[in-house]
Design a protein around this ligand. Structure first.
Ligand SMILES: *Cc1c(COP(=O)(O)O)cnc(C)c1O
Length: 362
């Protein structure tokens, strides 16, 4: 273990303030400073962050929440649990992110929120989504579990960190995320101090002070221990992000010419923090063969996500049919994520590239 992490563990045990200890406030202040001065409200995990974000909007029961058809299920699970209605919108094939045209088509008088997901580490079309949100008076929530530290440039020249553009942003410190704890953790991001105070309250049993409860809240806290570990991890985040970007640039250079696959597209308005480096296989029929071939070469790959949301048994009640979200369905059949972690060596990567190339006959 890194000595700094061991120190954080020892200090937390010595301090014995396991809940709401000083490291929680220190970590959230430091993360807020890293994210350009946003307010950061800690909570237990990224799924709770989505639940709390929606609770803070105080939507009417049955209100609709527009979510991408291609995402991790937590994005809509929170809405469904709160008695809100997830409404799916398809994504853009090359960026994998929410298609603003599909969002506009999904708006109804009952729409209460849009949840944009910055999938794999690159911002969704925040320019268009923010405009839609403002024009229609519908809140924008950013599920930023995969893109902590990414930034976005608007046409006006204004730049903002992912998660700080909409009413509320959410993130996750699940161990495999770019800023990962050694257990569960999450946070909410907002520029609005009043909303930050509300979110704080909601995450702590809706209490204004101990044993005084203004609202029905959750017990959703970030452990002191995870906060202490995250303080150490946060110091390494810029270097880890740069390492991921360097790995991605080498993949781009080596794989761009290979017919049969497509490298992930870059949106010039967004930086990309490469939570995943995800290629699409031109012939979906060959993806399983590629994955097995790479497995035999000793190269681990993953499919995020094999099934679109509307094909999940838990969400058939929404009444969608196969074929309704063709882009999401095609992506589920054709995406493959290659290793992109910050400690991947150039030698290991050269081997991976050679394996991918030889599969496609290059
Ligand atoms: C990981 C993730 C979540 C959930 O975060 P947890 O901390 O695991 O609850 C939500 N949305 C997306 C897009 C994620 O990748």
């Amino acid at each position: 273990m890194q000595p700094a992490l061991a120190d954080a563990l020892r200090e937390t045990m010595a301090g014995a303030a396991f809940i709401q200890g000083p490291a929680v406030g220190e970590f959230t202040t430091e993360l807020g400073a890293y994210l350009g001065g946003a307010h950061v409200v800690p909570c237990a995990n990224g799924t709770d962050a989505l639940t709390l974000a929606l609770m803070s909007l105080e939507l009417l029961a049955g209100a609709e929440v527009i979510v991408p058809a291609f995402t991790y299920v937590a994005t809509l699970e929170a809405a469904a649990l709160l008695g809100l209605r997830p409404v799916l919108a398809d994504v853009v094939p090359h960026t994998f992110n929410l298609d603003p045209t599909a969002v506009e088509a999904a708006l109804t008088p009952r729409t209460g929120a849009i949840i944009a997901v910055h999938l794999y580490g690159q911002c969704a079309d925040l320019e268009a989504l923010r405009r839609i949100s403002t024009q229609h008076g519908v809140a924008l929530i950013e599920d930023n579990a995969q893109a902590i530290g990414a930034s976005y440039r608007f046409a006006s020249g204004e730049t903002a960190f992912a998660g700080t553009v909409g009413e509320v942003g959410t993130t996750s410190f699940f161990p495999s995320k770019n800023l990962g704890a050694l257990g569960d953790g999450g946070a909410l991001l907002t520029r609005d101090p009043a909303r930050a105070a509300l979110l704080h309250q909601l995450a702590n049993h809706g209490q204004s002070q101990k044993y005084h409860h203004q609202r029905i809240g959750l017990n959703s806290r970030l452990d002191t221990l995870q906060a202490a570990l995250l303080r150490v991890k946060l110091q390494h985040l810029p270097a880890a992000t740069a390492a991921r970007q360097a790995v991605a640039a080498r993949y781009d250079a080596a794989l761009t010419g290979i017919s049969g696959l497509r490298v992930p597209a870059r949106d010039p308005r967004s930086t990309h923090v490469f939570h995943q480096y995800t290629i699409t296989v031109a012939d979906p029929g060959r993806r399983a063969d590629l994955q097995h071939f790479l497995q035999r070469c000793g190269v681990p790959t993953m499919i995020y996500y094999p099934l679109p949301v509307h094909a999940q048994p838990a969400y058939t009640y929404l009444g969608y049919q196969a074929g309704q979200f063709p882009v999401a369905e095609r992506l589920c059949a054709s995406v493959l994520s290659l290793p992109v972690h910050p400690r991947l060596t150039p030698e290991q990567q050269a081997y991976i590239i050679e394996c991918v190339g030889s599969f496609f006959g290059n």
